[in-house]
Design a protein around this ligand. Sequence first.
Ligand SMILES: *[C@@H]1O[C@H](CO)[C@@H](O)[C@H](O)[C@H]1NC(C)=O
Ligand SMILES: *[C@@H]1O[C@H](CO)[C@@H](O)[C@H](O)[C@H]1NC(C)=O
Ligand SMILES: *[C@@H]1O[C@H](CO)[C@@H](O)[C@H](O)[C@H]1NC(C)=O
Ligand SMILES: *[C@@H]1O[C@H](CO)[C@@H](O)[C@H](O)[C@H]1NC(C)=O
Ligand SMILES: *[C@@H]1O[C@H](CO)[C@@H](O)[C@H](O)[C@H]1NC(C)=O
Ligand SMILES: *[C@@H]1O[C@H](CO)[C@@H](O)[C@H](O)[C@H]1NC(C)=O
Ligand SMILES: *[C@@H]1O[C@H](CO)[C@@H](O)[C@H](O)[C@H]1NC(C)=O
Length: 471
Amino acid sequence: MSLSKAAQMRASEFRVHALYASLLLIISCVRVEAGYRAQTTSLTNLIVPGAQWRDTDGNVISAHGGGIVHVNNTFYWVGGSVGCCEGTALYSSPDLTTWTNHGIVYANDVSRPKLVFSETTGMWQILGQVGRQLDVASSANILGPYSEVGPPISPFGVGFTDFGLFLDDDGEAYALYSADHNNLVLSQISPSRTNFTKVMHQFNGVGLESPAMFKDGSTYFVIASHKTAYMHNNNVMYSAQSLTGPWSVQSYIAPSGTRTWNTQSTFALTIAGSVKTTHLYLGDRWVYPDLQNSTYVWLPMTIDQATKGVQAAWTDVFALDTETGVVSVPQGTKYEAEAGKVTGSASVASCATCSGNQLVTGIGATSTLTINNVTGRGEPQWVSFHYINTDGLFGDLTLTDNQTLALTKQRNATVALNGGTPMALPQYDTNAGIVMSVPLQLNLTLGNGNAITVASIDRQVAGDLDYIMVY
Ligand SMILES: *[C@@H]1O[C@H](CO)[C@@H](O)[C@H](O)[C@H]1NC(C)=O
Ligand SMILES: *[C@@H]1O[C@H](CO)[C@@H](O)[C@H](O)[C@H]1NC(C)=O
Ligand SMILES: *[C@@H]1O[C@H](CO)[C@@H](O)[C@H](O)[C@H]1NC(C)=O
Ligand SMILES: *[C@@H]1O[C@H](CO)[C@@H](O)[C@H](O)[C@H]1NC(C)=O
Ligand SMILES: *[C@@H]1O[C@H](CO)[C@@H](O)[C@H](O)[C@H]1NC(C)=O
Ligand SMILES: *[C@@H]1O[C@H](CO)[C@@H](O)[C@H](O)[C@H]1NC(C)=O
Ligand SMILES: *[C@@H]1O[C@H](CO)[C@@H](O)[C@H](O)[C@H]1NC(C)=O
């Protein structure tokens, strides 16, 4: 992950002058989910959805459509190295934030690979999609190398795409996948984890893909996206008390119009901590056609057992203690765009859904917005830019035409700190009135004299800016 040591928010490490003591207050003042005491220790494990995550060698993490297993206090993340290298990649981490790259562990470029252990054979298995079939590879060592167990197969004689995996608490593993006729299928995986034994349920004609599944208490939840290629849509969810159903289709897992925060589901990671169980939504934020620029958006989900509702609320940054399962959200400081200084044709405009009911529009190469007097700690800090870019007004539709070709209506803002070299800030399209955010790490100077200038590249136009949050 892109988090440098210096940026890790360890309250104990701050050596602040009395003048900046209030800063310490801000940093140690974290919002902890209802029912749990505020952490007195520190904010480590900072997860920054949508940032460019880097491994411990400083390289961009490439593990899309992936899945994670937790063994011996280590998380193993297997994913497709989309847009990068051929093959299936593996990373490991003790805390979900620092990731060591173990390279390509399986030569086949498997789509949506997932990792699972077989108690009966003692082998680790990678399952995923190759062509429209199930491909299975195994290794005695979780770190690989993995070798194909046989030719790819067509479970129950139907097409097999968009594989998701769920491990139940009784040790049984289940596969979710898109099959022919727009069906989403839930099948039991054999004890050797090399084949499927029976169909548990078919979600017929639903036109869903990229399924993820988890269990909270005795309730099973399935999350899946509509089929809109690399365009994001409002992912839906189902719940059931039994794998064979009945499954009740429920609402979106994120506010309508956010297209699941411009992501597509890939996995649900359950952290059964000593204090609480936290379920994380793992999504890919695809950037088409520059797929190598796709990022990861992980968000804690809240489960309402009374209504069986699941929500993945947005948070710019959060900390997850993988031992206790507790999620903490740092407070951050808000700076409204409309309070900044504009040049050229950039101007303040009204916006009913914006913070302060205003934003700054018309930001471009020579029409800039500068937010002055930003307080910093003299180290790299995450800054989230909350914007609107309605270029690609694409709602909750099914992709029926060649929209694929025009799908990423990305605007490209630039951000310069204290007159320094501008950095790129991609702003993917949003629905009307929907404010989204992109994070950037800025090395703010200590004190309140920082100036953040938002402009754009060449003749391009940046998104409209609502506000920034400094963490
Ligand atoms: C986990 O620990 C057990 C016991 O030491 C060991 O047998 C097993 O190989 C370890 N698994 C992994 C994936 O490291
Ligand atoms: C997979 O299992 C099915 C029955 O569920 C069986 O018909 C098929 O032969 C098996 N395929 C392989 C490669 O083992
Ligand atoms: C997109 O990826 C290319 C190639 O890896 C890289 O040069 C570029 O900086 C990336 N763009 C963004 C906005 O991250
Ligand atoms: C951040 O800037 C300070 C100077 O203000 C510098 O000493 C430090 O090395 C920088 N840190 C990083 C990670 O660039
Ligand atoms: C997509 O575009 C291609 C090339 O222009 C065309 O042949 C095809 O019919 C189009 N498909 C749809 C579904 O519009
Ligand atoms: C922004 O940059 C991306 C990637 O370089 C490019 O594909 C896209 O066309 C740019 N957007 C605009 C509005 O110029
Ligand atoms: C606020 O920013 C302005 C413009 O950079 C600067 O002149 C002023 O000194 C700053 N105020 C403080 C309290 O730092």
